[in-house]
Design a protein around this ligand. Structure first.
Ligand code: AMP
Ligand code: GLY
Length: 422
C-alpha cells in the first residue's frame, strides 16, 4: 500500500514510525512532515488544506490511503472532497467526513449530540452574537467558575474559565466581538466540572470500534499544572485511575452511546474518536470530542499498539474492523515534550538541536523540527517528545527525563513533573 500521512507534529511522527513497520506498506509520504517523519518516509511540501493539490499528488503517486493527522482538513471536508469524484475512488481516507467532524468543529453541535444521546456532559446553553444580554442573564444563574467556549475551532485556545461574573461577561463580549474570529460567533456556556481529566481513544469504521489505550495529558506550561495552556507538555499511558470498573462506565455510558448516535445520525465516521473525559468522583463526563488522535497522547498510545496499525486502518476504511485484532503492550509509556523558550507565547525558531543522537532509552518523536543540510533545527513551539517504555510509571518517566536532559537547543524547556499527580 502507498500511504500519505497529513500533518507535521509529534503525532504524525508517531504515526509514521508505526506505519513504516507494517509489512503492508510499500511507500510512505508525509505532508508536510518534519525532520523525524523524514526518517520513515518521504516528506512532501504540500499545503494540507489545499485538497486539489493533495488529490493530484495522491493520483500521481498511486496513494491508496490518506491518514489525516490534525482536525483542520477533516472539519473542512477532505473526506467528502475525495468521495465527490469517481477518479479518487481507489484512495481511502482515514478520518471522518465533514458532518461527523463537526463533533470537534462545533462545540454546540457536540453538546447537542451528547444531549440527544444521553451522554454525561456538563449542563450548558449556547448563545449567538445577538444574544449577549440573554447570555449574561444565563451566566448569573450559574455558580463560578464560569466556562465559556467558542463554538468553532480556535487552535485549542477557545475555552475560557473565569472566576468572576464581571470578567465572564467582559470576556464573552470580546468573544462575540471577534477575539477568536468567526469561531466565537456562537459561544457555549457550561457548568464547571471538578475532577481529573483523561483521554480515551477508539478507532472506528463507523460500526464497530477498537478501544485503544487511554492516556493522561499535561496541558499547562508550568510545573504543578500552573500557567498557560499548551498543546500538551507530556503524557502517560496507562492511567492508574482508569481501572476496569471506571473503563466499564466509560464504555457503557459514553463510547457505546456515541457509536449508537453516530449510526443513528448516519454519519460517515472512519478514524479516531478522542474522548476528552473528566473523572468526577468516579463517574466519567465528556469535556469534548476530537475527531483525531491527541498530541502528545499519540506519542504514548501508538507505542503501546503491538498490532499492525496499517492493517487496522484498512479495517477502518473498508468497514471490516470487526475482523481485526488489537494487541497491546502492557507496559507503561511516558512522554516528555521539549519546547521552545517562550512557548506557548511567542518564541523563536531555527535553533540548532544537538544531543538527540545520544538518546538510547527513549524514542525521539520530532514535532516542530526541520532538517537543513544535515542539521536539525527547531521549527515550532513543541519541538521533540521523548517516549519511553517502563514496567511502571516511575521507570518510564526516569528514562524520558534522562533523555530530555541529553538534548540541547537555545531556550529549551520541559516540565520535570509529568506524572506528579498520579
Ligand atoms: P477543551 O478545549 O474543550 O478541551 O477545553 C480545554 C480545557 O478546559 C479542558 O481540557 C479542561 O481542562 C477545561 N474545561 C473545559 N470544559 C470544562 C468544564 N466544563 N469544567 C471544567 N473544566 C473544563
Ligand atoms: N493533547 C490534547 C489534544 O491533542 O487536543
Amino acid at each position: 500500500m502507498n500511504v500519505l500521512i497529513l500533518g507535521s507534529g509529534g503525532r504524525e511522527h508517531a504515526l509514521s514510525w508505526k506505519i513504516s513497520q507494517s509489512p503492508l506498506l510499500k511507500k510512505l509520504f508525509i505532508a508536510p512532515g518534519n525532520a523525524g517523519t523524514g526518517l520513515h518516509g518521504q516528506n512532501v511540501a504540500l499545503d494540507i488544506s489545499d485538497f486539489q493539490t493533495i488529490s493530484s499528488f495522491a493520483l500521481k503517486e498511486n496513494v491508496d490511503m490518506i491518514i489525516v493527522g490534525p482536525e483542520d482538513p477533516l472539519v473542512k471536508g477532505i473526506h467528502d472532497y475525495f468521495l465527490a469524484d469517481k477518479k479518487f475512488k481507489n484512495i481511502k481516507i482515514a478520518g471522518p467526513a465533514k458532518q461527523a467532524a463537526m463533533l470537534e468543529g462545533s462545540k454546540e453541535f457536540a453538546k447537542k449530540f451528547m444531549q440527544d444521546n444521553n451522554i454525561p456532559t456538563a449542563a450548558f446553553k449556547s448563545f449567538g452574537k445577538n444574544s449577549y444580554e440573554e447570555a449574561c442573564q444565563f451566566l448569573k444563574t450559574m455558580t463560578p467558575p464560569y466556562v465559556l467556549k467558542a463554538d468553532g475551532l480556535a487552535a485549542g485556545k477557545g475555552v475560557l474559565i473565569l472566576d468572576s461574573y464581571k470578567k465572564a461577561c467582559d470576556d464573552l463580549k470580546e468573544m462575540f466581538e471577534g477575539k477568536f474570529g468567526a469561531a466565537g460567533n456562537r459561544v457555549v456556556i457550561e457548568q464547571f466540572l471538578e475532577g481529573t481529566e483523561l483521554s480515551v481513544f477508539v478507532l472506528t469504521d463507523g460500526n464497530s470500534y477498537v478501544l485503544l489505550p487511554e492516556a493522561k495529558d499535561y496541558k499547562r506550561i508550568g510545573e504543578g499544572d500552573t500557567g498557560l495552556n499548551t498543546g500538551g507538555m507530556g503524557a502517560i499511558s496507562p492511567v492508574p485511575f482508569a481501572n476496569s470498573a471506571f473503563m466499564k462506565k466509560v464504555e457503557s455510558r459514553i463510547i457505546q452511546p456515541t457509536m449508537d448516535g453516530i449510526r443513528r445520525a448516519g454519519m460517515n465516521y472512519k478514524g479516531f474518536i478522542f474522548f476528552g473525559l473528566i473523572n468526577v468522583k468516579g463517574d466519567p463526563f465528556v469535556i469534548e470530542y476530537n475527531v483525531r488522535m491527541g498530541d502528545p497522547e499519540a506519542e504514548v498510545v501508538i507505542p503501546r499498539i503491538q498490532s499492525d496499525l496499517l492493517n487496522l486502518f484498512s479495517g477502518v476504511c473498508e468497514g471490516n474492523l470487526d475482523r481485526k485484532r488489537l494487541k497491546l503492550d502492557g507496559r507503561t509509556v511516558s512522554t516528555v515534550m521539549l519546547v521552545s523558550g517562550g512557548y506557548p507565547g511567542s518564541y523563536e525558531k531555527g535553533k540548532p538541536i544537538t544531543g538527540h543522537n545520544k538518546v538510547e532509552k527513549s524514542i525521539v518523536f520530532h514535532a516542530g523540527t526541520k532538517m537543513e543540510s544535515g542539521q536539525i533545527y527547531t521549527n515550532g513551539g513543541r519541538v521533540m517528545a521523548l517516549s519511553s517504555y517502563g514496567n511502571n510509571m516511575k521507570e518510564a518517566l526516569a528514562k524520558s527525563f534522562d533523555s530530555a536532559r541529553k538534548i540541547q537547543f537555545e531556550g529549551v524547556y520541559f516540565r520535570k513533573d509529568i506524572g506528579f499527580d498520579l
